[in-house]
Ligand binder design. Structure first.
Ligand SMILES: NC(=O)C1=CN([C@@H]2O[C@H](COP(=O)(O)OP(=O)(O)OC[C@H]3O[C@@H](n4cnc5c(N)ncnc54)[C@H](OP(=O)(O)O)[C@@H]3O)[C@@H](O)[C@H]2O)C=CC1
Ligand SMILES: CCCCCCC/C=C/C=O
Length: 394
């Protein structure tokens, strides 16, 4: 049977970084063994058996019974940094299933930075918080979906929900049994795809180049660095604690530093790559970008992926004043949203899954236990308490 080299996700916490001990726990010490490596896919015989067994239990569907879902709503629009009092936990009674519908229960939910700016832009007070989850099908009146199967859904912060199946993505059939399904929200999900398309299509990274990435120990950044290494680049990353910096070195970054403790960011960037940077994958924006842009090489490319340093600002930051370096270094700077490549997600997920299975891309997750702790996990992630992908396990 395929076997994870690491303790399985969901074990007890063994953090060295005290700032991370408050609410989260992870599988094991990431500096020791928290990598996912050497996983072999199930054989076709095993897969066939699994499908036959689960089908036997799925039709006819079990009798419907009333299900009460817990949901988190945005009680009050965030002002500055989100607070737990901005959220409300509510209960909703779900109706019986109609023909073609499914009942799902969330198993893992994602907390992501985009929820902060998107809530401001797209939500009104009283709406259920936006977000994605890995969910298990518990009842099905839809022959295309088998009870027991796992899907990625975009149903917001809910424990249970009903779907007609149109908005659900089944996990790839080649997903190894031993691989945590939560990775479908991280390295083998939207954040991994952001790294993949941002590097390939926006940075247009080439063999031998030097790549800079900030928020490097997070969900997107940790994949950016590892993909750039696979692509034959030199990789420089920065993150907000020494613990995270040690992790970056562990997973193959050539240079890494703690942007919070360096005396001069300018000097740290120069030291890490005296010749400058061909590609800059920017997750942070603001002052960091203003400084980093001066370290770009001629014809460098900047992928503007995120601006987390600005999401909680009540007063807009000044700058960055990018025109002069952009002109004289003839830089390209391009913002992007990962959904631009919606029609290529299958390609990206296949590549990411393969690298994870082969052990070429290592994953770490910061797992918070309990649906009740969603707001805390979200706020913790914005504060930088996560190493790798921030996940909530229901
Ligand atoms: N364009 C797109 O399609 C997408 C964009 N994104 C963006 O990518 C970025 C990373 O997302 P994701 O990987 O999911 O999140 P992460 O897992 O990286 O978590 C967020 C991290 O941001 C860092 N951070 C928080 N505040 C600041 C700050 N003021 N200055 C510098 N760093 C800060 C913290 O790490 P540290 O300890 O290092 O400070 C924190 O851990 C975000 O900006 C997000 O909005 C994500 C997905 C899609
Ligand atoms: C699967 C949901 C797609 C969400 C797209 C998120 C884009 C992020 C932008 C900035 O963080």
């Amino acid at each position: 049977m395929p076997k994870l080299a690491t303790a399985s996700l969901g074990g007890s916490a063994t953090h060295r970084d005290p700032s991370m001990q408050r609410h989260s726990h992870t599988s094991s010490d990431p500096l020791e063994v928290c990598v996912t490596e050497g996983i072999q896919p199930l054989s076709w015989v095993q897969r066939l058996l699994t499908r036959l067994v689960s089908r036997r239990h799925s039709f006819p569907p079990a009798c419907s019974k009333m299900v009460t879902a817990k949901v988190w709503v945005l009680k009050k629009h965030f002002e500055g940094f989100p607070k737990t009092s901005d959220f409300d936990l509510k209960k909703i009674e779900l109706p019986n299933l109609k023909d073609g519908e499914l009942l799902l229960e969330s198993v893992f939910l994602s907390v992501d930075p985009y929820m902060r700016p998107y809530s401001q832009r797209d939500m009104k007070e009283g709406d259920i918080m936006i977000g994605t989850q890995v969910a298990r099908i518990v009842e099905s009146n839809n022959p295309a979906f088998t009870v027991g199967a796992f899907v990625v859904a975009r149903s917001g912060w809910r424990t249970h929900f009903i779907s007609d199946g149109k908005d659900l993505q089944l996990l790839p059939s080649s997903w190894p049994e031993s691989l945590p399904k939560s990775l479908a929200l991280g390295t083998v999900g939207m954040p991994g795809l952001t790294a993949y398309f941002g590097l390939l299509e926006v940075c247009k990274m080439k063999l031998g180049e030097t790549v800079l990435v900030n928020a490097a120990a997070g969900a997107v950044g940790s994949v950016v660095g590892q993909l750039a290494k696979i692509g034959g680049c030199k990789v420089v990353g920065c993150a907000g604690s020494d613990y995270k910096v040690a992790y970056l070195k562990k997973i193959g970054f050539d240079e890494a530093f703690n942007y919070k403790t360096v005396v001069s960011l300018d000097e740290a960037l120069r030291q890490a790559s005296p010749d400058g940077y061909d590609c800059f994958f920017d997750n942070v924006g603001g002052e960091f970008t203003s400084i980093a842009i001066n370290h770009m090489k001629k014809y460098g490319r900047i992928a503007v992926c995120g601006a987390i340093s600005q999401y909680n600002d009540t007063v807009p930051q000044k700058g960055p004043y990018v025109q002069v370096p952009m002109i004289f270094k003839e830089l390209q700077m391009e913002g992007f949203i990962v959904t631009r490549w919606n029609n290529r997600w299958e390609e990206g997920l296949k590549a990411l899954l393969k690298w994870v299975v082969e052990g070429k891309v290592k994953c770490h997750e910061q797992v918070t236990e309990g649906f009740e702790n969603m707001p805390m996990a979200f706020i913790g992630m914005l504060k930088g308490e996560n190493l790798g992908k921030a996940i909530v396990k229901v």
